[in-house]
Design a protein around this ligand. Structure first.
Ligand SMILES: CC(C)(COP(=O)(O)OP(=O)(O)OC[C@H]1O[C@@H](n2cnc3c(N)ncnc32)[C@H](O)[C@@H]1OP(=O)(O)O)[C@@H](O)C(=O)NCCC(=O)NCCS
Length: 199
């Protein structure tokens, strides 16, 4: 089997969202999204409330701008911008990284800023991204981790067909409190079963 083609950056169109390659102009908007204290807390980018609310340093801003300016040139991972079809606004990102060619596995992550949350965009974005991962990239396994203080994300992952595989006890700390990290995964066989069930 050929290696998964991450160099090609697709446009995935749903009813509510479009997933598309990052463009240079998106970098500034991603800075705003990543400055959201809730995004910082739930993605493990901050260790306490004051950290989550602190403005980004100039160096961090420069690094982030360069990061989003370079996503579309990467052949070893897939980073797509999530746009809300109704408003036209870019609201977040979906990512496959840490590709293991031998297992054909990736790590998955997603984040949506305040403007896009709670409207079903995440659910649809994940459905489109999973379909692309299994059916076009030919992945065997998609894994992720979610903190136990993030029941919304967990709900969306379970609804999307991810299976709980284990718990990394007290793997993170926020405001000095230990937090578990839950490990979820989906195999191609889980995906096929789910698709069959929904037909
Ligand atoms: C996680 C995330 C991608 C979900 O996307 P979204 O567009 O907000 O989610 P949706 O609107 O599609 O669905 C949310 C679901 O969670 C449910 N939900 C919301 N708050 C909840 C809570 N506190 N407990 C349990 N379920 C909750 C909703 O009812 C809905 O489920 P339903 O459709 O069965 O009613 C998005 O909220 C996000 O990026 N959050 C910030 C960063 C983050 O948490 N990233 C993931 C890190 S692992």
């Amino acid at each position: 089997m050929k290696t998964a083609n991450f160099a090609q950056k697709p446009v995935l169109i749903g009813q509510k969202v479009i997933l598309r390659p990052f463009e240079i102009e998106d970098a500034q908007q991603m800075l705003n999204i990543l400055a959201d204290p809730e995004v910082r807390r739930l993605t493990g980018s901050a260790e306490n409330d004051s950290d989550a609310q602190a403005p980004m340093s100039e160096e961090e801003r420069e690094r982030t701008l360069a990061w989003y300016g370079s996503r579309s040139g990467r052949g070893d991972r897939l980073d797509l911008a999530i746009a809300d079809r109704e408003s036209g606004e870019m609201v977040g990102e979906a990512v496959y990284n840490e590709y293991d060619e031998n297992v054909r596995s990736v790590n998955f992550r997603i984040l949506i800023g305040p403007a896009g949350r709670g409207k079903g965009l995440g659910t649809e974005a994940i459905e489109l991204f999973l379909r692309y991962g299994f059916e076009e990239l030919g992945l065997h396994r998609i894994g992720l981790e979610v903190f136990s203080f993030n029941p919304r994300a967990e709900r969306v992952y379970v609804k999307s067909g991810f299976v709980l595989e284990g718990i990394k006890r007290e793997d993170f700390a926020y405001n000095g409190e230990y937090i578990d990290a839950k490990v979820y995964g989906m195999l191609r066989s889980d995906y096929d079963k789910m698709r069959k069930g929904s037909l």
